[in-house]
Write a protein that binds this ligand. Structure first.
Ligand code: TNX
Length: 527
């Protein structure tokens, strides 16, 4: 191992040394600790000089893990987008002179204590990024992207330079699970719209996107053995639009796009309630009794539908659905929903959850469900997503070994309005101004929930009031950037006054990405 690092060093030094000597540049003083990084890293140390990024910089990556090269390629593409520079990745020929290198290194250092930890060393002639895994390297290059200034320095030499402040960043995530959820059932979002959201989530170091793929108003994923789910159930949405669905090829494309960003997709089929669209497609699924008879639903009501919980045919159907989706989902989780089943009798609900959990296991996945599922005797491997103010069952599940995802509606629901003048959004859990969304601690928010039971956090975006990227972005941005920091950074590194200044500095990135954020008055956007 040591000899490999030495070899790489020697290779790089000789590469740089082979070039004719240029004259020393006198860099202006920089301060790495003052760059507006989000999420805030664990530790930053400034050494006050600069690495001059220009066309004579090359990216090299470790050969011990093939996925590192892809991280280098991703960095090169993003540098091109931001600066126009076209940096080679692992160039071998002497075509372009290499003055400086960015080396993305696979390291087994014990200081890298989680798979996503990274160390970034910026020196005058080289940038070293160390990580144990490609995922860690990927998180690290997001920091590097944020360190590249918006403006070039054109006065130091005969061509423009992007001056990256020198120093160290030592960083690791607070939680191993940092997600957002997108409800593509109430309104359908296209593959391209979801990809754009994934791009931005990746920039802020999220590692999971939960897709709410079915609800009363629509079914959004092709199931080959039950084609009417999308033919019938996919053709409606809130407000009466045409709906839509992902073919399995579309879904695989999204999964692959997310995977390139080291993000997992978590598919949700919400059940036994929120199932009107499925029962409309196949009426034998419908519970009868208190549940409303299936019909096309374009309203926003909840709690009126239910699957039949005592028919073998329902479980045979679910076995097919879960099998087909699990087969195209590489991540470890399958989300079974379980919320607001108001017309399912409690004993039927519990019976249903316990049976469906077993089907999920049969297809090789761990189950996640909204906190109501903790009324059932769930396996310790199942994860409870806490959304309402009733943590009792979740706390019991945690005592039995289950992990909890914190998604408290009052703090984290991206579909709540910001304030009384918000154009989109609901208000049932209150309004969530940007500072209220940021100023709390997932570690202490749920009393009696031991810290080690928290798997992480997830910010859900329900889509009753939004139907395209611009509307999605109005609700998600800037709040979701704050949840990135809540999930990644320690409480002692978080401070609203400091954060709001860093948030304002995200404007050039948001403009480049054409993000239609809500320009809350709580932040001085400087324009
Ligand atoms: C509650 S949160 C729901 C969703 C709605 C959302 C609207 C949860 C598990 N269920 O069905 O879309 O409120 O904010």
């Amino acid at each position: 191992m040591i000899s490999r690092v030495v070899l790489v060093f020697v290779a790089i030094i000789s590469l740089v040394a082979c070039q004719p000597k240029k004259k020393e540049i006198n860099f202006p003083k920089t301060d790495l600790t003052q760059v507006a990084l989000i999420p805030k890293p664990l530790k930053t140390i400034a050494t006050n000089s600069a690495f001059a990024l220009d066309g004579e910089t090359a990216i090299y990556t470790s050969t011990t893990d093939a996925n590192f090269e892809a991280v280098g390629q991703f960095l090169s593409q993003k540098i091109k987008k931001k600066t126009g520079l076209d940096l080679g990745v692992n160039p071998t020929d002497g075509d372009t002179p290499v003055e400086r290198v960015v080396y993305i290194n696979q390291s087994d250092s014990e200081e890298l204590s989680t798979p996503e930890s990274y160390q970034l060393y910026v020196k005058k002639d080289s940038i070293f990024l160390n990580a144990k895994t490609a995922a860690g390297a990927f998180r690290g290059i997001q920091t590097l992207r944020q360190l590249i200034p918006e403006q070039t320095n054109d006065t130091l030499t005969d061509h423009p330079l992007w001056l990256i402040p020198t120093g160290k960043v030592l960083d690791e995530p607070r939680y191993g699970y940092r997600a957002s959820m997108l409800d593509v059932a109430r309104h359908f979002f296209t593959v391209d719209e979801v990809k754009k959201y994934l791009d931005i989530l990746a920039y802020y170091k999220f590692n999971a996107l939960h897709l709410h793929l079915s609800d009363d108003q629509g079914w959004r994923i092709e199931i080959k053995s039950w084609p009417k789910l999308t033919e019938v159930g996919g053709a409606s949405e809130v407000g009466g639009g045409e709906g839509g669905f992902y073919t399995q090829e579309d879904y695989k494309e999204l999964v692959a796009y997310a995977a390139e960003r080291h993000i997992i997709i978590i598919p949700e089929i919400d059940m036994p309630g929120h199932t009107n669209a499925a029962s409309l497609s196949y009426p034998f699924l419908h519970a009868g009794g208190k549940a409303d008879k299936p019909r096309v639903r374009t309203d926003m009501l909840v709690g009126y539908s239910s699957f039949h919980t005592r028919k073998d045919t329902v479980y045979a159907f679910l076995d097919d659905v879960i099998r087909e989706i699990a087969a195209i989902t590489p991540g470890p989780y399958f989300h079974i929903g379980g919320d607001e089943s108001h017309v399912t009798k409690k004993k039927d609900y519990i019976h249903f959850v316990e049976k469906v959990e077993k089907i999920v296991h049969k297809h090789g996945k761990q189950a996640i469900g909204w906190n109501e599922i903790a009324q059932a005797k769930i396996s310790p491997s199942s994860v409870v997503q806490l959304w309402n103010d009733e943590p009792h069952d979740a706390i019991n599940a945690a005592k039995n070994g289950s992990k909890i995802i914190v998604s408290s509606a009052k703090k984290m629901y991206l579909d709540m309005k910001y304030d009384s003048i918000s154009e989109y959004g609901l208000t049932w859990a209150g309004m969530i101004p940007v500072d209220v969304g940021y100023n709390w601690d997932p570690k202490t928010y749920i009393k009696d929930l031991p810290e080690e039971s928290v798997l992480g956090i997830e910010a859900p975006l329900w889509s009753e009031t939004i139907s395209n990227s611009a509307e999605l972005e109005y609700l998600a941005f800037p709040r979701v950037i704050g949840y990135a920091e809540l999930g990644w950074s320690r409480a002692e590194n978080r401070d609203w006054e400091d954060y709001k200044v860093r948030l304002a500095k995200q404007v050039p990135y948001m403009k480049r990405m054409d993000i239609k954020y809500y320009p809350t008055k709580l932040v001085d956007w400087g324009e």
